[in-house]
Write a new protein. Sequence first.
Length: 317
Amino acid sequence: VMSNPLRPALLAAARSERVKGAVLKAPVTRSIVRRFVAGETLDDAMAAAAALLAAGRSVSIDYLGEDTFDVGEARATVVAYLALIAELGRLPQAGVDGVHPLEVSVKLSALGQGLPADGDKIALDHARTICSAAQTHGVWVTVDAEDHTRTDSTLSIVGSLRADFPWLGAVVQAYLRRTEGDCRDLAGAGSRIRLCKGAYSEPESVAYQSRAEVDASYMRCLATLMRGDGYPMVATHDPTIIGSVDELLRETGRNVDGFEHQMLFGIRELEQKRLVDAGRRVRVYVPYGSQWYGYFMRRLAERPSNLWFFMRSAATR
Ligand code: FAD
């Protein structure tokens, strides 16, 4: 998390329209973006999903977009999700009993959460529309976690929706100081909780800053979820954390069908395969769409080698 000294600058750039213009113009950008994003169209997403499903993995598909301040744009996002869900509903994996291999991930800020008037209510209504379509088509939904100013609103919207859609998943971020407490509150029967480290730039007042502190928090949160009665979704590429799962399974007696690993599209492909071969459930988060800028910059910020690859290719053009 903190091992990359350029992380704060990159995460600031992820919110800058000026840098966005420059990155979008760089001729090399597209080929590198394709390492992390399935493509711009629904067909691209479906092709990536088909390949992953054929390889024994589950998917969570994300229609890229965030921080909408335009209600028309938020509605267009709902329409895109309805098309995606209908398309997933045609696959033989739709509605499989127990754990659904097909899921979509949704950002409430793309559904209008940030609108000045009634943002929370608009996002809740939009998410409800998406959840009922998903229920009809045998697809699951998880609500992504965004920056800390939205955590309360997001968890409360998820809480309201879970009354009607008890299978709805939520995400918590180990870098936030509050998250251990959230994990205790959310570890109850029937809850699906994705635990990740967290991808945004957050102040010291609310978030651990060093890698060691974030990793230690992740381990405490993971133990809480594994000892609880819900369905933990272990979203990390970190080999140390993934390795620690064995011990937690022994300690808690939890079955391998009682949780899943999750990784991002294009990252640690061989490890995804290894886990599937070892009998683990693995779900891959597959982003697609034209609004890839923020997502792409967060991936560059995570890993210096991704950034160097980008800079080197850009410089040698
Ligand atoms: P890091 O500390 O970034 O990496 C740990 C180790 O993993 C590295 O040292 C390396 O050994 C290995 N590694 C990482 N990347 C690579 C690579 N490219 N190749 C080889 N090895 C690698 N964040 C949010 O804020 N909100 C969300 O809703 C959210 N959803 C997510 C969903 C999924 C399924 C996943 C996997 C992540 C999600 N994230 C989300 C992002 C997350 O918060 C982290 O930013 C991201 O996963 C990187 O953290 P890490 O746990 O992999 O650990």
